[in-house]
Design a protein around this ligand. Structure first.
Ligand SMILES: Nc1ncnc2c1ncn2[C@@H]1O[C@H](COP(=O)(O)OP(=O)(O)OC[C@H]2O[C@@H]([n+]3cccc(C(=O)O)c3)[C@H](O)[C@@H]2O)[C@@H](O)[C@H]1O
Ligand SMILES: Nc1ncnc2c1ncn2[C@@H]1O[C@H](COP(=O)(O)OP(=O)(O)OP(=O)(O)O)[C@@H](O)[C@H]1O
Ligand SMILES: NC(=O)CC[C@H](N)C(=O)O
Length: 549
């Protein structure tokens, strides 16, 4: 008996572009047939709309486009089954998150996702009704059960497919990245295999979508829980797997793939590549020619620049140094050196004339007050205005450089260094900014060593240093992780010795007070278990306080 070939299609759809996604699906089917003689091609969750389509799911027109595309795609399934993700809407207006089986030119079966995630970044109960039935299809002498993403994180959907005689589980996923997610997925699929004893094919999408990045890293596990195929992370690709039958043909299993098991990057490399893909897809999918950013000689803008160049190529990146009286010569030198090392266009615009003009206009109103936060923020806002002017003229997106530590405590200027369309380091704590900078330099040195070793400063007043206003970053990041990601109380932080009582209370209060700034901040890639943005929804106007008991 021949061994049917199943191809996992790890692709990068564009949310809302149903015609473009149909084209990508058709090209992928053609390639899977030609290159691997595929008998089945499996795509990720909501392939046709991309994930997450959010309120596009509320538009009637979306379903018309999806249905028309399905009819056209079915024409290409005469000799090969195609399983893809698409939403549907029934006569009563209920919407379902579907896995669609196309074969022999027709729609053979349609499965409705049973477990709809509604936590963290997910909002599926806003749109979809849960399915209640398994969907098991006879194919090439075996029975194949379909599930969709969150289904696999719970025992019941696979148990019900098994009761309906499924012998192989095919899971369509849109599973967003966080630093631990790959291991979590392997563990969850192993747990399902331990319960059901069925082989599982896990197909994930890749690509950036606003605040999410999908890492792919699709895989297949045999009924014994062995990894028989591991796709690469962060790239599109086709991964063929042979279906093996044993002697009596009753117990099919997933056999080998000629594709060697991919190495999934770890630690800093993993986070760096996620950020790189998130930047690339945000910029290109939104139609920008390139990016620009203020390069200050500090570590945040240095890492942002390195990421941008790795994501887009040096020719699409411009760095702008905008010195003022408080800018040290070494900042200018280091910025220039980094721009040269990376081969990006480097512009210099001194901001003193603009600052003086503002000062002249404001003095009659404000008087001769000593330079305070007003003067500091003015410098940041002049820089923001200049960057936006360049953006308008060149069609380049401005990258903001704030990190997660700064966003947490509001250590950035509204309409100043917070300007920008995308904020790559938004979910990267300052301590990780250093780790990622060192990691990038371990590949090739693109960030001057002094940028990494000198104490961080906003250079908005003479001899300013971040640690004049903030606790040490090691301590600050521990408090932020405990409060924002782990939901610890101040008392728990004190008991764990994260800092002294006054520091804990001060940082917690700063995090609470600065929701208004975060709500106006540009989006950025989620890489942690809880990012600011959709993943953490707090009121801006709030009287809630949390103090030490
Ligand atoms: N609840 C609320 N809802 C809406 N808006 C609210 C608000 N509370 C204040 N505001 C507005 O926000 C203003 C205060 O915010 P903003 O003008 O940004 O100013 P502010 O937060 O007072 O100061 C900026 C801070 O960021 C630091 N910084 C700036 C630039 C770069 C860096 C760096 O190292 O990366 C650090 C700087 O040293 C300073 O500590 C208020 O004047 C008010 O207009
Ligand atoms: N002299 C400058 N020229 C160009 N851009 C600047 C300048 N000063 C500040 N900026 C912009 O404002 C952002 C915030 O400034 P800040 O000094 O906090 O960041 P940084 O210099 O990158 O890192 P660090 O906080 O470690 O010094 C910078 O990342 C940069 O984009
Ligand atoms: N699209 C989904 O259902 C995703 C939920 C799932 N737990 C994941 O993140 O992998």
């Amino acid at each position: 008996m021949s061994h049917p070939v199943i191809v996992m299609a790890q692709i990068n759809p564009l949310v809302g572009d149903i015609v473009g996604n149909e084209q990508l699906i058709l090209e992928t089917i053609a390639q899977a047939k030609k290159q691997y003689q595929a008998n089945m091609v499996v795509f990720p969750e909501l392939t046709l709309t991309g994930y997450p389509p959010e309120d596009l799911l509320l538009r009637d027109g979306l379903y018309l486009q999806v249905n028309a595309a399905l009819i056209r795609i079915a024409q290409h399934t005469q000799d090969c089954a195609v399983i893809l993700g698409a939403p549907w809407c029934d006569e009563s207006g209920q919407r379902f998150n579907g896995a669609i089986w196309l074969e022999g030119g027709q729609l053979v079966a349609r499965y409705a996702k049973q477990v709809l995630p509604n936590y963290s970044v997910f909002d599926e109960q806003r749109y979809f009704t849960s399915g209640t039935e398994p969907c098991v299809v006879a194919w090439q002498g075996i029975k194949v059960g379909l599930v969709v993403c969150e289904d696999i994180w719970h025992p019941e959907p696979i148990a019900s497919a098994q009761q309906a005689d499924a012998q192989l589980i095919v899971a369509l996923n849109a599973s967003p990245f966080n630093a631990d997610k790959h291991e979590d997925r392997l563990a969850v699929v192993r747990a399902r295999i331990a319960e059901a004893g069925l082989p599982i094919l896990y197909v994930n999408q890749i690509g950036g979508q606003d605040e999410l990045v999908f890492d792919g890293a699709s895989f297949a596990m045999s009924a014994k829980g062995e990894l028989v195929c591991q796709a690469d992370a962060f790239v599109s690709g086709l991964y063929p797997i042979k279906l093996d039958y044993n002697a009596n043909h009753s117990q099919p299993d997933l056999g080998g793939s000629h594709h060697p098991l991919a190495q999934i990057p770890k630690d800093e490399a993993r986070v760096y590549q996620a950020l790189q893909l998130g930047i690339r897809d945000y910029v290109l999918k939104n139609g920008f020619k390139g990016v620009l950013l203020g390069l200050s000689g500090g570590i945040d803008s240095a890492l942002t620049l390195a990421l941008a160049v790795d994501a887009l190529g040096a020719e699409r990146v411009t760095a702008v140094m905008m010195p003022f009286h408080y800018t040290a010569q070494m900042s200018i030198d280091d910025a220039q050196e980094q721009a040269q090392l990376l081969g990006v266009t480097f512009e210099q615009v001194a901001i003193a004339p603009v600052y003086d003009a503002f000062d002249q206009l404001l003095t009659p109103i404000l008087g001769d007050a000593p330079a305070d936060i007003t003067a500091e923020n003015l410098q940041a806002r002049i820089r923001g205005t200049l960057l936006m002017a360049l953006s308008n003229r060149y069609g380049a997106l401005v990258l903001a450089t704030s990190n997660k530590s700064e966003s947490a405590v509001g250590y950035s200027t509204l309409y100043g260094d917070m300007v920008g369309g995308f904020s790559p380091l938004k979910d990267v704590p300052k301590t990780w900014v250093y780790r990622l900078a060192r990691y990038r330099n371990s590949l090739t040195e693109v960030i001057p060593e002094r940028v990494i070793t000198r104490p961080p400063s906003a250079e908005l007043r003479p001899d300013q240093c971040d640690q004049d206003s903030l606790p040490d970053y090691d301590m600050l990041d521990q408090i932020i992780a405990a409060y924002v990601e782990q939901d610890w109380s101040p008392s728990e932080m004190l008991a764990a010795n994260l800092a002294d009582a006054a520091t804990i209370e001060r940082v917690v209060s700063m995090i609470q007070r600065n929701e208004y700034k975060r709500r106006q901040a540009a989006p950025g890639v989620k890489v942690s278990i809880r990012a600011f943005g959709r993943d953490r929804r707090y009121p801006i106007t709030s009287g809630y306080e949390e103090k030490l008991e």
